[in-house]
Design a protein around this ligand. Structure first.
Ligand code: YXS
Length: 262
């Protein structure tokens, strides 16, 4: 089964990446992420000036189930290290020299929610929902990921998403700013294509430089070396905990986790 379908719209500078790994609900495995990053490199070579990131509909109505839980490292190793697959993908999206529009039909989970937050524009249909779920599994999310949420939806709403891990459905997602636009299911593809066509009419150099300024400014968090080391120490306590391993085991064994706080 094709994991991805890629297309370039003829006579335009629009590139489309469509996730299609049906069996594990487009879980962000290393293989899938490596393919996406390879396509982005190819799109860069082809001077694509707007990317659409979407997913083929599936019977579970899931856009992406997030990080492939089966690939999370065992206890004692940071699951979201700088060079790990999810973080590498998020940086590739941020550094791609043109806007990336996430087109969402269905539910978005965990690291995939961070992925769409990292995209430049998000358009959802009425079926779209968004959940960030590290607390369900016992994962110490990381500072850059948390900053994506604070930047996009503000402190209070980011805290509610992280602490409840509940899906935020399309109407509230629009109100909170998770999505830029909400459209009827049958209008999604055309709406996003029209937006992409509009973007590709404008100066790609100007857009590239403005996008990079957005990245620099939104990543500009002054933080002392001691604060950085404290964050790393706090996160290490979690990914070395029994709870971290219990969260992964519970998911794989299809049972509720029994967290002990240690
Ligand atoms: O049992 P089989 O072999 O058919 O496989 C099942 C699931 O195990 C598999 N699957 C996944 N495999 C790897 N990684 C995943 N994230 C993942 N999610 C699902 O897909 C097959 C069908 O799943 P099933 O039976 O549960 O489908 P469903 O329609 O009943 O439920 C769909 C979901 C998405 C609501 C449910 O699968 C689910 O809650 N998945 C986990 C969503 C999630 O919490 N993702 C976060 C992953 S960790 C992550 O992204 C970050 C590191 S963090 O945690 O920090 O946010």
């Amino acid at each position: 089964m094709e994991k991805l379908t890629i297309s370039k719209i003829e006579h335009t500078k629009i590139g489309i990446i469509s996730l299609n790994s049906q069996k594990n609900l487009n879980a962000l495995s290393k293989a899938l992420i490596d393919e996406i990053i390879g396509i982005l490199e190819d799109f860069k070579t082809k001077k694509i000036t707007c990317v659409i990131l979407k997913a083929e509909p599936n019977k579970h109505k899931v856009w992406s189930a997030g990080h492939d839980i089966k690939e999370l490292p065992v206890s004692g190793r940071d699951p979201l290290g700088y060079y790990d697959q999810l973080e590498t993908l998020l940086r590739a999206i941020q550094k791609f020299p043109a806007p990336v529009i996430a087109s969402i039909h269905g539910s978005v989970w965990g690291g995939a929610c961070d992925l769409i937050m990292t995209c430049d524009i998000v358009v959802g249909d009425l079926s779209s929902s968004f959940a960030i779920t590290p607390v369900k599994i016992g994962i110490p999310y990381n500072a850059s990921g948390i900053s994506h949420f604070i930047n996009r939806i503000g402190l209070n709403q980011a805290k509610e998403m992280f602490f409840t891990a509940k899906p935020i459905h399309s109407e509230l997602a629009l109100e909170w700013g998770i999505i830029n636009r909400i459209v009827r299911d049958e209008e999604l593809d055309n709406y996003v294509m029209d937006m992409a066509l509009n973007i590709t009419k404008h100066s790609p150099l100007s857009i590239e430089v403005i996008k990079e300024q957005f990245r620099i400014l939104t990543n500009a968090y002054p933080i002392s070396p001691e604060a950085f080391e404290r964050i790393q120490g706090l996160r290490q306590k979690v990914y070395e905990s029994e709870d971290y391993q219990e969260g992964i085991n519970a998911f794989l064994e299809k049972r509720p986790p029994d967290f002990k706080g240690k």
